[in-house]
Design a protein around this ligand. Structure first.
Ligand code: FE
Length: 290
């Protein structure tokens, strides 16, 4: 007999600006809210409509000790890095970047998009790396929309993009360093799913659009709220009301290791942070050729 997890807490996202001034909705971290182990941050970028010449991004900056996962929902996100990669994420594409020992990258709109302007909407999640993986070589997994597995329920009312983990019998193509779920559910009006989640995972949901109804009691929770499920069941229940529901499901096994953050570096000790700053300043994380 399966049981569905209760809702432990919900948190609204906070509207803030990041990088060169782009608008994000950030449910965590906040001063009050750090513990989403193994996740470090969730930013919903936009949705925002840029006038010609107004598009913003994040110029050259380093990362060490974790992974950044960028998912483009609308518009585009350009990127360039110190290892010589560059490209543009279009709607539906995902970039899973394992910064490991360090990269320097920029996340800027392409010049042509800046010229024309347009709508931008996306997600960035920071996934922490365990101590044993913090200094591994950087790795990129570029996943165009067409290569991301999609699962659909028998009646067609629930569709899920399986970016990480497994849903409706379909496994993700992306490899993660620790067990992670990253899934974009779309539920048609009136649809509901009790989605199995592995024991030992913390599971979170973030509504992207539409009002959702969560848990056994179908508690009504609007978009841009973070939902933290308890550890007390083997499924999570997501339900749509009378409109389409788009929701991001995140899950992972907590690392339970010390977390020391300093800007773009996330390590286990203060000494490792000092080393990261020294290495970055010495150019050991590379430079972007402009
Ligand atoms: Fe970055």
């Amino acid at each position: 007999m399966s049981t569905t997890r209760t809702i432990e807490r919900t948190y609204p996202s906070v509207r803030t600006t990041e990088g060169g001034g782009f608008i994000v909705h950030r449910p965590f971290p906040t001063r009050m809210l750090m513990d989403f182990d193994p996740f470090l941050l969730l930013d919903e970028m936009g949705p925002v409509d840029y006038a010609p010449g107004e598009a913003k991004g994040a110029p050259d900056h380093p990362h060490r000790g974790f992974e950044t996962v960028t998912y483009c929902l609308e518009g585009q996100f350009g990127h360039k890095d110190s290892a010589g990669h560059s490209g543009t994420l279009m709607a539906g594409d995902v970039q899973w970047m394992t910064a490991g020992a360090g990269v320097v990258h920029s996340e800027m709109p392409d010049p042509e998009f800046t010229r024309t302007g347009g709508r931008v909407h996306g997600l960035q999640v920071w996934v922490n790396l365990p101590r044993r993986d913090k200094m591994i070589a950087p790795r990129y997994q570029e996943m165009p929309a067409a290569q991301i597995p999609i699962a659909t329920s028998a009646d067609g009312a629930v569709r899920v993009k399986v970016i990480a983990g497994e849903a409706l019998g379909v496994s993700a193509a992306i490899e993660t360093r620790t067990p992670i779920l990253y899934q974009h559910f779309t539920l048609q009006p009136g649809a509901s799913i009790a989605h199995p989640v592995p024991a030992g995972y913390r599971v979170f949901a973030y509504g992207l659009s539409g009002t959702g109804f969560y848990g056994a009691g179908k508690r009504e929770i609007g978009a841009q709220q973070m939902i933290v499920f308890g550890n007390d069941g083997d499924t999570v229940t997501l339900s749509a009301g009378d409109e389409v529901l788009d929701v991001l499901l995140l899950g992972g096994v907590p690392l339970k290791e010390p977390v020391v953050r300093y800007g773009p570096f996330v390590m286990n000790t203060e000494d490792e942070i000092r080393q990261a700053v020294t290495d970055y300043q010495a150019g050991k994380m590379g430079l972007i050729a402009h």
